[in-house]
Design a protein around this ligand. Structure first.
Ligand code: ADP
Ligand code: MG
Length: 469
């Protein structure tokens, strides 16, 4: 039986969390500890239940996926058999979500209970579907989204009263449409919690409609949406080809519009290009304001990256920020993805985020797949360079240039692939893993003593890396 700190009644949330950190620190790599555990803050301790604050949902997911067994052990050791760790995401001083880890639960418990905490009894009946993460505050302004942002703020400040009804925002994938239209809803609810605000995407709307038909509740369905103060529908292009849903939506639209209720829509195209959508809907969409979001320019990409990395407690050099912004240009979701992947790579491999890691990660994102360099491909490039037939390096051939080619190919296979020494050996005529180690060490040594040889190996290496696109 392990002694838990909760046996000591003088313990504070800070003290208990400190104990947890001590335990975790001993079990995970330093960077992991710094990235994922250090930013967590203790909030409250009630008996064996410790409430801690995490920066966002991604943290919970990541920790759950990678460190759940360590967390469970920690909880058990520090808080005892009945110990519980409750994650809380705090945004703008409001409790948003909670999730609980219980010491004795068997498998991945972190996301087990996501309990939305409702502080407001009036709105508690209606689930707005809004993600509190999407706010105007964390929406970085740039030339491409300036107009959309200004219009969205205007709408949130003068519900249904501006001529921006509907507000129709369109643009390509990952440019912030969902973010900005949800920010409208969040901003309204933060000032006027009694307003009935609902967000959903048009395909969910369609699914609900089909269910309503099956259950004979179309009237309820329609009245529900007609009773909203603010109706936010994402990706309206998914209504294309769905005649009946379009008809119903037309009626809901009219009712809301006539009573001065606000409608906000997003789409991947401007209304006039929504071929397959009923003309009368298209013309309604054009009653209000249509604004586009354009891809972010270089400076905006840097600002977004900087902002997001700082949210993760990460300080990236200008060189790195510029490199990423130069190479990932099409959308913001990819910029964000790059950052998350960088954090993940660095923390999994216990590496610092250095330029090499950045280059590798950007390449993975840019090509949309993991860069996989095969041992055979390495062998081919090396043999080309040394003008040695490939089969020779796999045979028992001790000619000098064959030995060099074989050893360089083994060295680079170890450097550039995830393969084990045994696998590498198998690719070279079933050689033993100790032969691979020997090759790796002797090439490694030669590189440090012979600058020209290093140049050769470097140039072969970049040839290999550059052909992987
Ligand atoms: P879309 O709906 O246009 O496909 P999203 O709204 O889902 O794009 O945006 C993709 C991701 O990029 C989201 O995580 C969002 O928060 C982020 N994002 C987009 N635009 C911005 C911005 N201007 N500032 C900060 N984050 C942004
Ligand atoms: Mg979207």
């Amino acid at each position: 039986m392990v002694n838990s700190v909760t046996n000591d009644i003088s313990v504070t949330p800070k003290g208990a969390w400190k104990e947890c950190l001590k335990f975790i620190k001993a079990k995970v790599p330093f960077l992991t500890y710094n990235t994922w555990f250090l930013p967590i803050k203790p909030l409250e301790l009630n008996g064996a239940e410790l409430k801690i604050q995490v920066p966002n949902n991604f943290f919970i997911e990541w920790i759950d996926e990678h460190y759940s067994s360590i967390i469970k052990k920690t909880v058990k050791t520090v808080l005892g058999e009945t110990g519980k760790l409750v994650y809380v995401i705090l945004e703008e001083k409001d409790v948003v979500e909670e999730a609980t880890v219980i010491a004795n639960k068997k498998d991945s418990p972190v996301q087990e209970e996501i309990l939305p905490v409702d502080n407001n009894p009036v709105t508690s009946e209606l689930n707005s579907n809004l993600n509190p993460r999407y706010t105007f505050d964390n929406f970085i302004q740039g030339e491409g989204n300036q107009l959309a942002r200004a219009a969205a703020i205007a709408v949130s400040q003068n519900l249904g009263q501006t001529s921006f009804n509907p507000l129709f925002i369109y643009g390509g994938v990952g440019l912030g449409k969902t973010h900005i239209i949800q920010a409208i809803g969040n901003s309204i609810l933060s000032k006027m919690p009694n307003k009935k605000v609902i967000y959903l995407s048009s395909d969910i709307f369609t699914v609900e409609f089909v269910e309503a038909i099956q259950n004979n509740t179309v009237n309820d369905f329609s009245n529900f949406y007609k009773s909203m103060d603010v109706l936010i529908i994402d990706d309206i292009q998914f209504l294309i080809g769905k005649e009946k849903t379009q008809d119903l939506f037309f009626h809901i639209f009219n009712t809301l519009h006539q009573s001065g209720k606000q409608i906000v829509l997003s789409s991947d195209k401007p209304p006039k290009d929504l071929k397959g959508l009923n003309e009368r809907l298209i013309s309604r969409f054009q009653w209000g304001l249509t604004v586009d979001i354009q891809p972010p320019d270089f400076e905006t990409r840097i600002a977004i990256l900087k902002n997001k990395s700082e949210n993760y407690g990460l300080k990236l050099s200008n060189e790195i920020l510029e490199y990423i912004s130069h190479n990932i240009t099409s959308n913001i979701r990819e910029l964000e993805g790059c950052l998350i992947k960088l954090l993940a790579n660095a923390s999994l491999n216990n590496k610092d985020i250095d330029f090499e890691l950045v280059k590798k990660t950007v390449k993975e994102i840019a090509t949309g797949r993991e860069v996989k360099i095969s041992i055979d491909f390495i062998t081919k490039v090396v043999c080309d360079y040394y003008k040695v037939p490939e089969n020779k390096v796999r045979e028992k051939n001790r000619k000098k240039e064959v030995v060099t080619a074989r050893q360089v190919a083994m060295f680079l296979s170890k450097k550039l692939t995830q393969s084990s020494l045994k696998t590498i050996g198998l690719h070279f005529g079933g050689r033993d893993h100790s032969t691979v180690i020997h090759a790796y060490n002797s090439i490694g040594k030669e590189i440090t003593t012979d600058a020209r040889f290093k140049e050769t190996v470097d140039s072969i290496r970049s040839k290999i890396e550059l052909s992987i696109d």
